[in-house]
Design a binder for this molecule. Structure first.
Ligand code: ZN
Length: 306
C-alpha cells in the first residue's frame, strides 16, 4: 500500500462513525451560519469525535460538495489525522505529564494551553476555511481555572473560529458552557431492542441500589460480557435522562434515581456514568467494571440527600 492509500484508509476509519449519523444533514444546514459553540452529546465517544472532525472538514475541505467534505483531499486527510493547522483539539482527561512527555494531536487542557489558544484565536486561520477547536473531557475540569479561562474565550467570539464541545451528557458541563452552546444529541449506540438478559441485569442493579444486596453474587457466578455492561451503563444514562427531563419514572432504575437523588446528585450521577462509559473502552474485566458501577451508584444514592 502506498502512503497515500494508508492515509486514505486512516481517514475513512476516522470519519466512518460519523457517516452513519443522520445528524450530518443538520450540520450541513448549520454550516453556512455556524453556531459559535456546538455541543455534541450522547452517542459513543468515537461517534462524537468523528462527527466533530467531520464538522471541521466541512469548513476546510477544498473539494466540498452538497453532501459534505470529500474526505480524501489533503485538508480532509490532515483533519482525520488530527494534524490540520486549523484544527485544535484539547482533552481535559489528558494529564499535564502525559502531554509533556508525549504530545499527540490532542493536547491537555492546561492554563498554558488556553493562553496559547487565545493567542492563536486572535490570528486569522492558516487556510481559507475556519479554525475549529474541539474540546473534550471538560467534565473533569469543572470549576478549575482552566474552565474559567475557557469561558472567557467563549465570551469573546473570535472571527473565523468555531468551538465544538464533546460530552456524554450536557449535565456534566458547567451550565454556563451549555447555555452558550447549540446542543445536538447523538443517538445512543445501537443496542437493538432490550434483550431479556440486559433487562435482568437492569432489574438486579435497581434491586441492589434499593436493598444493597444480591449484586456481587450475580457478577461473581455468572460473569458478564463487556457488551452487557455497556448496555447497563446506557440503561442508567437513559434512566437519568428520563428523570432529568421530568418524564414519568415508575420503572426500576429511573424510579431509584428520582427517589434518591437531588439536583446535585443527578449532576454527579451524570458525571459518574460518563466516566464509566469512557472507562469501559479500556477495561479488561467487565465484571469488575460492573461492580464499580453498582458500588459507586449505591454510595452516591446514599449521600445525595444528606
Ligand atoms: Zn476534502
Amino acid at each position: 500500500m502506498t502512503k497515500q492509500e494508508i492515509q486514505q484508509e486512516q481517514a475513512l476509519r476516522a470519519f466512518s462513525p460519523a457517516l452513519e449519523l443522520p445528524l450530518r444533514h443538520v450540520l450541513l444546514r448549520l454550516a453556512d451560519a455556524p453556531p459559535q459553540v456546538l455541543l455534541l452529546e450522547g452517542g459513543a465517544e468515537s461517534a462524537r469525535t468523528a462527527l466533530a472532525r467531520w464538522w471541521a472538514a466541512l469548513f476546510n475541505c477544498s473539494a466540498r460538495s452538497a453532501q459534505g467534505p470529500c474526505l480524501h483531499c489533503p485538508d480532509c486527510l490532515q483533519i482525520a489525522a488530527g494534524e490540520h493547522l486549523d484544527l485544535i483539539a484539547v482533552d481535559g482527561r489528558i494529564s499535564n505529564k502525559e502531554d509533556e512527555e508525549n504530545p499527540g494531536p490532542v493536547r491537555a487542557l492546561t492554563m498554558e494551553r488556553i493562553q496559547i489558544l487565545r493567542r492563536q484565536l486572535g490570528e486569522a486561520p492558516h487556510g481559507a476555511g475556519r479554525r475549529v477547536v474541539i474540546m473534550a473531557g471538560l467534565e473533569a475540569q469543572i470549576r478549575t481555572a482552566a474552565a474559567n479561562a475557557l469561558l472567557k474565550t467563549l465570551e469573546e467570539p473570535p472571527e473565523h473560529s468555531v468551538f465544538v464541545l464533546l460530552a456524554p451528557q450536557r449535565e456534566q458541563l458547567l451550565p454556563t458552557l451549555v447555555s452558550r452552546s447549540w446542543v445536538l444529541t447523538l443517538p445512543w449506540p445501537a443496542t437493538a431492542e432490550v434483550t431479556s438478559t440486559t433487562q435482568e441485569w437492569e432489574d438486579a442493579l435497581a434491586h441492589f441500589l434499593e436493598e444493597g444486596a444480591g449484586w456481587f453474587e450475580r457478577t461473581a457466578v455468572r460473569g458478564l460480557e463487556l457488551a452487557c455492561v455497556q448496555d447497563l451503563v446506557l440503561a442508567c444514562q437513559k434512566a437519568l435522562a428520563a428523570v432529568l427531563a421530568g418524564h414519568a419514572t415508575d420503572r426500576g432504575l429511573a424510579r431509584c434515581f428520582a427517589a434518591r437523588l437531588d439536583a446535585h446528585g443527578l449532576y454527579a450521577a451524570g458525571a459518574l456514568l460518563g466516566r464509566m462509559q469512557d472507562a469501559l473502552q479500556y477495561t479488561v474485566n467487565p465484571a469488575l467494571a460492573a461492580d464499580a458501577l453498582a458500588t459507586e451508584l449505591y454510595a452516591l444514592l446514599r449521600t445525595s440527600r444528606n
